[in-house]
Design a binder for this molecule. Structure first.
Ligand code: SF4
Length: 393
C-alpha cells in the first residue's frame, strides 16, 4: 500500500460504468464507514469537510444506476459477532493467543509475508468487505429474482489494499470472486464528477435493506480502536447480562499509534493492544515473540488513524483532517439507536435464515477464510531478518 496514495493501482471505474450500462445486470454496491467521513472534502461545498455524507453518497450511487446501495458497516457488525465468538473460544481453550484482528488486508499480508509464525494468531474471520461480498452473492440473486451470473457486487473502500484482498482466491466460489470491483473514495469522487452530479446539492436518502442497516459498532470500524471497542461492546455487555453503557469503552480511543489497555472481563484482566502503522506492528510483534502471554487481543490497522487515513481517501496535508474524520464517525455512532453489533436485527435475521449461529459450519463456509505463508525465499529486506537468536530487528 502506498501510504500517501501517490501510487495507485489500476482503476476499475471503466468496468463499473460498463456493467452499469448493461440492462441485463443488477449492480449492488456498499460503502465502507470511512468513506462517508471524507468524500465531502473533495467537493468543497459549505460544511463538506467534517460532514457525515452517507445519505448524499446513497443518492449519488442510485442516480448512477446501482440497483441497491448497502453499507459495509452491516458486514462490520457481522464481523464483530463472529470475531467475538472466535475470541471467547480461543480464550477458553487458551489456543492461538493473542488473537490478531484480520480486517485490514495490508496487515494480514504483512503477517503472511514477514511473520508467518504468527499466522495462526490471525482471526479467521473475513474482513467486512469480504463478508459483504460473500453474503451479497449468497442472498441477493434470490431477493432480486435474477441469476447469479447477472449480479455484480461492487464495494467502495478507503483503501487500495482492498483491491488486492478482493482478488484473493480464498475469497471466491467456483472461480467467481465474491467482490467483482473495488473502488476507492477518490475513484467514487471521480465517478460523481463524471456523472455530472453536484454532490453538495444532493438530497440525502436511506440505504437499502437488509444489508444497509448497522449499529454504531459497525460505523466506528473506520477509526483505529473501533474494532476493539465494538468487540468489547459485544463480549463485556453479553457477559454482564446486557448491562453497561457503550460509552464505558471509550478509553480504547486515542491518537497514539500503539496503545495498551486493560479490561476486566468476568474477574479476568484482558490485556489489549491497539496499533496503527506497520512500524508499530513490527514493534509489538517483537514484544509478543518474547512473551506470547503479554496480550489477549491485538488490533492492527496499517494506515495512520485506521481506515479514515487510508491510501484511497482524499489526500490531505494537514493532520487535523484526520482528527476531523475520526470525529465524524464517533459523532455518527452517538446518533445510532443501536450501538452493539449483536443487537442488529438484520444481522440476527441473516443468521437465522442462512448461518444458524456464530461459529457454525455455514458461518465458517461463508464468513471465515484462511491465511497462507507468503514468505519469499532469498528475502532481501534486511530489516525483517531475524538475528542469530531468532529475534527480529
Ligand atoms: Fe485499508 Fe488502511 Fe483500512 Fe487497512 S487500515 S483496511 S490498509 S484503509
Amino acid at each position: 500500500v502506498c501510504p500517501t496514495g501517490a501510487i495507485m493501482p489500476k482503476s476499475e471505474i471503466s468496468y463499473v460504468w460498463k456493467v452499469l450500462s448493461d440492462p441485463k445486470k443488477k449492480v449492488v454496491v456498499a460503502i465502507a464507514p470511512a468513506v462517508r467521513a471524507s468524500i465531502g472534502e473533495v467537493f468543497g461545498f459549505a460544511g463538506g469537510n467534517g460532514t457525515e455524507t452517507a445519505g448524499k453518497i446513497v443518492t449519488a450511487l442510485r442516480s448512477m444506476g446501482f440497483a441497491k446501495v448497502f453499507d459495509v458497516s452491516f458486514a462490520a457488525d457481522m464481523t464483530i459477532v463472529e470475531e467475538a465468538d472466535e475470541f471467547l473460544n480461543r480464550l477458553k481453550k487458551n489456543k492461538d493467543m493473542p488473537l490478531f484482528t484480520s480486517c485490514c488486508p495490508a496487515w494480514v499480508k504483512f503477517v503472511e509475508q514477514y511473520y508467518p509464525d504468527f499466522i495462526s494468531n490471525l482471526s479467521s474471520c473475513r474482513s467486512p468487505q469480504a463478508m459483504y461480498g460473500s453474503v451479497a452473492k449468497k442472498i441477493m440473486p434470490e431477493m432480486l429474482k435474477i441469476s447469479k451470473e447477472d449480479l455484480t457486487v461492487v464495494s467502495i473502500m478507503p483503501c487500495t489494499a482492498k483491491k488486492f484482498e478482493a482478488r484473493r482466491p480464498e475469497l471466491s466460489k467456483n472461480g467467481v470472486a465474491d467482490i467483482d470491483y473495488v473502488l476507492t473514495t477518490q475513484e467514487l469522487a471521480r465517478m460523481i464528477e463524471e456523472a455530472g452530479l453536484l454532490f453538495g446539492e444532493l438530497e440525502p436518502s436511506a440505504f437499502d435493506m437488509p444489508l444497509g442497516f448497522k449499529t454504531g459498532g459497525g460505523v466506528i470500524f473506520g477509526n483505529s480502536g473501533g474494532v476493539t471497542e465494538a468487540v468489547l461492546r459485544d463480549i463485556v455487555s453479553n457477559n454482564s447480562g446486557g448491562a453497561g453503557k457503550t460509552e464505558q469503552f471509550v478509553f480504547v480511543r486515542g491518537e497514539d499509534g500503539l496503545r495498551e489497555v486493560k479490561v476486566n472481563f468476568g474477574g479476568r484482566e484482558l490485556n489489549i493492544a491497539v496499533v496503527y502503522g506497520l512500524k508499530n506492528a513490527r514493534k509489538i510483534l517483537k514484544d509478543i515473540k518474547v512473551d506470547r502471554s503479554r496480550y489477549d487481543f491485538v488490533e492492527v490497522m496499517a494506515c495512520p488513524g485506521g481506515c479514515i487515513g487510508g491510501a484511497g481517501q482524499p489526500v490531505y496535508k494537514d493532520l487535523s483532517v484526520r482528527k476531523t474524520r475520526t470525529k465524524v464517525l464517533y459523532e455518527s455512532d452517538k446518533t445510532m439507536e443501536l450501538r452493539r453489533p449483536q443487537d442488529n436485527p438484520y444481522v440476527q435475521k441473516v443468521y437465522k435464515d442462512y448461518f444458524n449461529k456464530p461459529g457454525s459450519c455455514a458461518a465458517h463456509e461463508y464468513l471465515h477464510t484462511g491465511h497462507k505463508n507468503r514468505k519469499r525465499f532469498n528475502e532481501t529486506f534486511e530489516i525483517y531478518k531475524p538475528d542469530q537468536k531468532g529475534n527480529i530487528k
